[in-house]
Design a protein around this ligand. Structure first.
Ligand code: FMN
Length: 204
């Protein structure tokens, strides 16, 4: 049987989105799906016609997606309108206080980084994931290190995983895996709305 082809493209500044994209790919591959992962900083995508689902991810910095991920949305916006699409971001909102984040801040992040992005490009994603990220104090700009000094103390005090000295990882792997599993289910069983397959489910 022909396997569903899935493309995951992403932009990252500090590396969190790489790990998240790879974890999503692993879950989808375990579901027998054919997945290609592209770091947009390293590789250009010229054509998306062959893919049934495109997953687009980005890290967030000062409320912005990376320019590569934003550029992908801009370049392929017309085609993406008629494709199954899922979006995800790596964000500081998903972490602290008390590890899973402040619900108000999470709501704001979801609206600003995912819902507004989808509507800007006229997309109707089948799913949108807000995930945690990395605070890498060895690799951030000087101004940010200074500005984010107090946060470092909070991360330490909260016992957030320090993967290397000065690197704090707020990603919740269970949440990432569950999101990917739900996506795989959605592909296998497209939602039926009013007795008919949704327009998106009919794509491809
Ligand atoms: C200088 C700086 C600014 C940030 N600004 C935001 C922000 O505005 N909103 C947010 O949710 N997360 C913010 N973050 C957290 C990042 O989203 C997090 O570090 C994530 O891992 C970035 O993804 P990446 O590692 O794939 O680049 C910021 C992080 C840094 C270092």
């Amino acid at each position: 049987m022909k396997k569903n082809k899935i493309l995951i493209v992403y932009g990252t500044r500090y590396g969190a989105t790489t790990g998240t994209a790879e974890e999503i790919a692993k879950v989808l591959q375990d579901e027998e799906l054919d997945v290609k992962v592209v770091n947009l900083k390293k590789e250009k995508v010229r054509d998306i016609a062959e893919y049934e689902l495109i997953i687009i991810g980005s890290g967030i910095q000062i409320n912005r997606w990376t320019s590569k991920a934003e550029g992908f949305l801009k370049r392929f916006s017309r085609e993406l309108e008629n494709k199954k699409v899922a979006l995800f971001v790596s964000s500081g909102a998903q972490g602290l206080p008390d590890h899973d984040g402040d619900p108000e801040e999470i709501g704001r992040a979801r609206r600003k980084y995912l819902e507004e992005k989808a509507s800007k490009y006229n997309l109707h994603p089948i799913s949108m994931g807000l995930f945690g990220g990395i605070w890498d104090y060895n690799n951030m700009p000087f101004w940010a290190k200074k500005f984010m000094g107090p946060l470092k103390l909070e991360l330490k005090a909260a016992g957030i995983k320090e993967t290397k000295p000065g690197v704090y990882d707020t990603r919740n792997w269970d949440a990432i895996q569950n999101w990917a599993k739900e996506l795989a289910k959605e592909l296998a069983n497209p939602p039926i709305i009013n007795g008919e397959m949704s327009e998106l489910a009919k794509c491809n």
